[in-house]
Design a protein around this ligand. Structure first.
Ligand SMILES: NC(=O)c1ccc[n+]([C@@H]2O[C@H](COP(=O)([O-])OP(=O)(O)OC[C@H]3O[C@@H](n4cnc5c(N)ncnc54)[C@H](OP(=O)(O)O)[C@@H]3O)[C@@H](O)[C@H]2O)c1
Length: 325
């Protein structure tokens, strides 16, 4: 166990994210193989519980959800109750700012709608707390951007400062080619001399490492740093050995490990990374992801993997084109 920056929250180096299992659709490409055609509420709740069982039994103690991940918070809540998991045995983070509107359909024209208003914060925090109660310890602005205006909204920022005086710690998540700029802007924000934020969750992976220096600054400022999309939404796995992941495939074979474990190990090797999220959709994927804990990359291996990086605009352009399946 370790502490998430100076938040006082206990976490483990690998956390479990529930984006892939809280609702039928998501942007990763292998969902038909992982989940099959039964994407009913009961099937996805059972899958979420299997993943939580496997993660918890192997020592994972951080779980990431969001209001917009369909029923992820509800599935997490039913698992906590079914297993009578003691309060504070596991640290739970969730997010507000997107609303799930997919109607449990894969062909929904829109799956989530962004709203970073004060009303949305209040409504969604009440919804999260109704399911998770005081177990909710980290609440994050979901995908803060300059365009969403959330970092200029004094009412929202003041409310976040008030909330962080309670048991809750406050963070933001970032996405897109301007991640580093948004992190730096958030680092500079003060409300009556107090920073509204104590943690940041950002995309960092071998294809898109550009947020690294800003995440190092956040870490130095005492923020907790969580890494999402360490596998580039499934592109840094065995599934993509023909293209992006090819150099990782060769290294994985030499090292007797998996491509995904190497990609997660590369994220863990950043001295500023407190938690790297696994977004596994199956227990086998989770176990393979956890293999990262056994991998120590040498400096020359890490340097060599630096050549995988894409231009941020190219990376985010490809990500934006990923279909919901
Ligand atoms: N804005 C935000 O705040 C935000 C955005 C995104 C994610 N997140 C959080 O970060 C977590 C992780 O992100 P992510 O799931 O999008 O990205 P990721 O970790 O880069 O990708 C996870 C996906 O990779 C594939 N995969 C994993 N292990 C594999 C293996 N061993 N073999 C083959 N494929 C494997 C699976 O998809 P397939 O099998 O379908 O290929 C899995 O769903 C999420 O659960 C969520 O909690 C937050």
């Amino acid at each position: 166990m370790k502490t998430l920056g100076s938040t006082g929250l206990s976490v483990t180096p690998i956390g479990l994210g529930l984006a892939a299992v809280g609702r039928p659709g998501y942007i990763t490409a292998g969902r038909d193989d992982d989940l099959g055609t039964d994407r009913s509420v009961a099937a996805l709740e059972a899958r979420t519980h299997q993943l939580l069982d496997a993660a918890y039994s192997r020592g994972v103690r951080y779980v990431d959800a969001a209001r917009s991940y369909g029923l992820a918070e509800q599935f997490l809540s039913s698992w906590l109750k079914a297993h009578a998991i003691p309060a504070d045995a596991i640290t739970i983070g969730s997010k507000w700012g997107y609303r799930y509107v997919g109607d449990w359909r894969l062909d929904a024209p829109v799956h989530e709608v962004k709203d970073h208003s004060l009303a949305a914060l209040r409504r969604q925090l009440a919804e999260s707390r109704a399911l998770l109660g005081s177990r909710l310890r980290l609440y994050q602005v979901h995908s803060a951007t300059f365009e969403s205006g959330v970092l200029d909204n004094r009412e929202v920022l003041a409310e976040l400062v008030t909330l962080s005086a309670e048991r809750l710690r406050i963070g933001l998540t970032v996405s897109g080619p301007r991640e580093a700029d948004v992190i730096r802007r958030a680092l500079s924000l003060r409300v009556d001399g107090t920073s509204p934020f104590h943690a940041v969750q950002a995309t960092w992976n071998l294809l898109e490492p550009s947020a690294g220096p800003a995440l190092a600054e956040a870490h130095s400022a005492g923020w907790g740093v969580l890494v999402k999309e360490a596998l580039a939404n499934g592109r840094l796995t065995d599934r993509d050995l023909e293209t992006r992941a090819q150099p990782l495939g060769e290294m994985a074979e030499r090292r007797g490990t998996s491509v995904d474990a190497l990609a997660i190990a590369a994220a863990l090797a950043n001295p500023w990374a407190d938690v790297v999220l696994s977004g596994a959709a199956t227990v086998d994927q989770l176990l393979s992801n956890l293999g990262a804990l056994e991998v120590r990359l040498t400096v020359s291996e890490s340097d060599g993997l630096g050549s995988l990086a894409q231009a941020p605009e190219d990376y985010w352009g490809e990500r934006a084109a990923l279909p919901w399946t």
